[in-house]
Design a protein around this ligand. Sequence first.
Ligand code: SAM
Length: 228
Amino acid sequence: TLSKRLETITKYLPKEAIFADIGSDHAYLPIAVCQRDDSARAIAGELNKGPYLAAIEHVEKYQLAERIQVIQGDGLDVIRNHPVKQIVIAGMGGGLIRSILERGKDTLKTVERLILQPNVDSQYIREWANANDFSLVDEDILEEDGHIYEILVLDKSDQAKSTFLSDQVCLFGPFLLEKRNDTFKKKWQRELVNYQRIINQMEQAKVLDVAKIAEYNRRVKWIEQVIK
Ligand code: SAM
C-alpha cells in the first residue's frame, strides 16, 4: 500500500494516465497507478544509480515492464523522446522542483498537467506558474507521521489568461488559503514559531541582514493574519 502522501497524489491523475514520475525512487507511485489501471503507462525517471536500479527491480517484480519504462537521467531529460501528458514530481524541495521545470521547459509541449509535491518552499512553484503557461487549478495539504505536505496541481493554460498570484498568495497558496483547514493552520503555526526563532537568532548574533529580517517580519505579520 502507498503512503497517504503518494495516495493523495494519485487522486490528481486522470484515468488512462500517460505520465512521468520524476525522481521516482523505488517507482512505488507508477507501480500502484498501473496496477489499478490497465490503460495507464508511465516513465519512472531517476537521476541516481541506486534508486534507478531499485526502480527497475520493483517494476520487474510486479511484471509491469511493458507499461513502466525506467530511465536514468536528470529531471525532464527522460521524457525528451517519450512525450507524456502528466508529470509528477514529489518529495523534493520547491527550489529543486522549480529548477527541474525551468531547465526542461521545452519538453512540456505535450504535457497537460503537473502534480507537484514540494517538501518545503512551495512558493517557488507558484511563482514559476506566474511566469509560465501553467496555472494552479487545485491544492491539497495533508499530515502524515508528523510531517505536513502540500500538493500543487497545475494545468496547461495560456499565461495571459491565468490569474497572477501576489507574493502573499504565493506563500500560502490560493486554494489552501481559501479552505484554511486545520492542517493548514497547524503548518503555519509551526512556521510562525520557526520564523520567530530565526529572527531572534539573527538579532542575537547581530546579523545585520536588514532585508532578510524585514522579509521574515513581513511573513510573520502575514502568518498572524491568516491563522487568527
Ligand atoms: N518521488 C518519490 C517520493 O515522493 O516518495 C521519491 C522522493 S526522494 C526523497 C527524491 C528522489 O529524487 C531521489 O530518489 C533522488 O535520487 C531523485 N532526484 C533528485 N534529483 C533529481 C533529478 N534532478 N532528476 C531526477 N531525479 C532526481
